[in-house]
Design a protein around this ligand. Structure first.
Ligand code: ADP
Length: 650
């Protein structure tokens, strides 16, 4: 292939513009990204070579070399990993394959600071080279191809790049950065070693740099300088971080490792590092991020846990290792038992994998339980022995973390109720909601239970689109009057998730919008009797109402759940809530056509007026349509509704 000029995919051009304009503040991360790519390329070679040993050619020792040329102002990161063919260079360095890229680009605001934050989550990878370089040359040859099938890729980081085939005996990739004038500090061995030590110490491959030594100048009177010796030395620890004993790893190293594998620029909330022994032996290093990634809701997104077998990287979309509702977890699992040539199919079926998955799921749940336990600390209490408990520094550091976690990932966690039956009870304990006594999403089922009224037999909840709609729902009136707490659920997933949770610790969960209210022992005999009498007296009107609304309402009945409102809609016990039905419709899906039940407050002046009114038919329909409006729905025929109201107003 002779030299040709190609354009970047639009998203790449956009990303490059951002990289060069907003990522100045943390320049040095480019080295981490490029070394991480080099290390991935070596991992890939090792994996492919399991079935084709010839790919090692005559260089079986995988390594990364970092070198610089002061005169040419270039910094080169070279690996002898899998390399790229010409087509791969065009595809991989000219386009972004990540799913959700378009959506992500749409979120950029043009505000450099905000965008730099976002871009950190997205991960700029290879393109980060343009933070320090005004031109990048990539020379590469894919393992297994002939020497004359190498490729050279060159770009100034604007709209296009050049590619041509070259002769390249060495397998693997060299990324040559032509440094900008303001990035000349990277032409310095000491600086490079420092940055490598900070970000890439954990990389399991050796990172080599050429040794330098001091040499006096040969010319009289001129100062000496550092000169290269031709000897290479390893400048990182080169042992995979997770294989080292915990006590030898600093907090900062754990954090840097997280950033390297997650492409997140923020520190994680917490992590767990364990060696699990027993039937299956493996090491797990699992992190809980502080911020949700931009593509959290993308269900076919790769899981964040990388699978290694005896330190050999196997794959990084190992869904088999983590259930989908924990897809935000990042980390590494290194098994001692799985065969090295483990295939995707085998992963699904292996008993070892299943037990790793169960163990890792439990580990994540315990991490969350620990955060939840330390989320809030009451003022230290003086014990009976006169000694005041002191909250340890370690525990103090966990304060507020669960709330932060829950705000980012709570909705995903709820998916687990429908997905992971074995851990349902543990998950239920981790859920938090707003309630009629707390606007903050901080009430767990256990807190609720502890506050339940004498005689209360159920945990009451309501689902709605927004907190305001939930709080002001007419269905809550009697609960407010009696001072009974109701959980307010406003996540889209709540309705679905709650289908899988019928009780908590023996107490049934009861939607206040489903079925007739039965406050059980919370209602005294006098109240019950009065309600029955009112219902009896109202019977003739009820029959007329049913007739007038027979196309809209499944049934009409008298209720005691209302105090200030004339009417509300409820669904039958086994019915789909109107909110869920509406959501399904919005999503373009078929919802079963179930009619709601209209419940009326026989004590309400408007309802009392019905009897004998000449406007009976209009009032009946207004009553129904208003009940629909009150829960965030729309009358079937809004114009007719307006007409009826106006007629009465006039
Ligand atoms: P990511 O690493 O997140 O996929 P990058 O933009 O860093 O994104 O790299 C894009 C792709 O380019 C990589 O997925 C890989 O296929 C290829 N690539 C980058 N660096 C190398 C390298 N040193 N050796 C081989 N392939 C590479």
């Amino acid at each position: 292939m002779s030299k040709q000029t190609l354009s970047f995919q639009a998203e790449v051009a956009q990303l490059l513009h951002l990289v060069t304009h907003s990522l100045y503040s943390n320049q040095e991360i480019f080295l981490r990204e490029l070394i991480s790519n080099a290390s991935d390329a070596c991992d890939k070679l090792r994996f492919e070579a399991l079935n084709n040993n010839a790919l090692y050619e005559d260089a079986p020792n995988l390594e990364v070399r970092v070198s610089f040329d002061k005169d040419a102002k270039t910094l080169t990161i070279q690996d002898n990993g899998i390399g790229m063919s010409a087509q791969e260079a065009i595809d991989h360095l000219g386009t972004i394959a990540k799913s959700g890229t378009k959506d992500f680009m749409g979120k950029l605001t043009g505000d450099q600071k905000a965008d730099a934050q976002l871009i950190g989550q997205f991960g700029v990878g290879f393109y980060s080279g343009f933070i320090v370089a005004d031109k990048i040359t990539v020379e590469s040859r894919r393992a297994g191809l002939k020497a004359d099938e190498g490729v050279r890729w060159v770009s100034g980081g604007a709209g296009d790049f050049e590619v041509e085939t070259i002769n390249r005996p060495a397998r693997g990739t060299s990324v040559i950065l032509h440094l900008r004038d303001d990035a000349s500090e990277y032409l310095n061995a000491w600086k490079l070693k420092q940055v490598i030590g900070k970000y890439s110490d954990h990389i399991s491959l050796p990172i080599l740099m050429e040794k330098e030594e001091w040499k006096e100048s040969e010319k009289e009177g001129e100062p000496g300088g550092m000169v290269k010796t031709g000897e290479w030395e390893t400048v990182n620890k080169a042992s995979a971080l997770w294989t080292r004993p915990k006590k030898d790893i600093t907090e900062e190293q754990y954090q840097e490792f997280y950033k390297a594998i997650s492409h997140d620029h923020e520190n994680p909330l917490t992590w767990a590092h364990n060696r699990v022994e027993g039937n299956t032996e493996y090491t797990q290093l699992l992190y809980i991020p502080a911020k949700a990634p931009f593509d959290l809701w993308n269900r076919d997104k790769k899981a964040g846990v990388k699978l290694y077998v005896k330190r050999v990287f196997i794959m990084d979309d190992a869904e088999a290792l983590m259930p989908s509702y924990l897809r935000f977890v990042k980390g590494v699992i290194d098994s001692s038992d799985l065969p090295l040539n483990v295939s995707r199919e085998l992963l699904q079926e292996s008993r070892d994998v299943r037990s790793i998955r169960e163990g890792s799921t439990k580990r994540v749940l315990s991490m969350l339980e620990d955060l939840a336990k330390h989320d809030k600390h009451d003022a230290p209490a003086e014990g009976a022995d006169g000694v005041t408990d002191v909250v340890s520094e370690e525990d103090k550091a966990k304060e507020g973390k669960y709330t932060a976690f829950y705000a980012e990932f709570g909705a995903v966690l709820k998916e687990g109720l429908g997905e992971d039956f074995a851990n349902r009870e543990r998950l239920a304990k981790l859920l938090r909601f707003a309630s009629t006594t707390s606007d903050a999403v901080s009430v767990g089922f256990a807190d609720y239970k502890a506050r339940m009224k004498e005689g209360q037999e159920a945990i009451y909840y309501i689902t709605a689109d927004t907190l305001a709609a939930a709080k002001n729902s007419p269905q809550l009136e009697v609960f407010k009057k009696k001072g009974i707490e109701v959980l307010l659920m406003t996540d889209r997933v709540d309705e679905w998730a709650l289908n899988y949770l019928h009780d908590f610790d023996g107490t049934p969960l009861q939607s206040v919008a489903k079925g007739a209210v039965d406050l059980g022992k919370l209602q005294d005999e006098a109240e019950k009797k009065a309600a029955e009498e009112a219902a009896e007296a109202f019977k003739p009107v009820l029959a007329k109402l049913k007739e007038a609304l027979k196309d809209k309402a499944e049934d009409v009945r008298v209720t005691t759940r209302l105090v200030d409102s004339p009417a509300c809609l409820v669904v039958q016990d086994d019915g789909m809530s109107t909110q869920l039905a509406r959501m399904l419709k919005q999503a373009g899906q078929k919802a079963p056509e179930t009619k709601p039940v209209l419940e009326v407050n026989a004590e309400h002046p408007l309802v009392k007026k019905l009897d004998g009114s000449v406007h009976f038919h209009d009032l009946a329909h207004i009553l129904f349509d208003q009940a629909l409006l009150a829960e965030g729905g729309l009358p079937e025929d809004p114009a007719a509704y307006v007409k009826r109201v106006n007629a009465l107003l006039a």
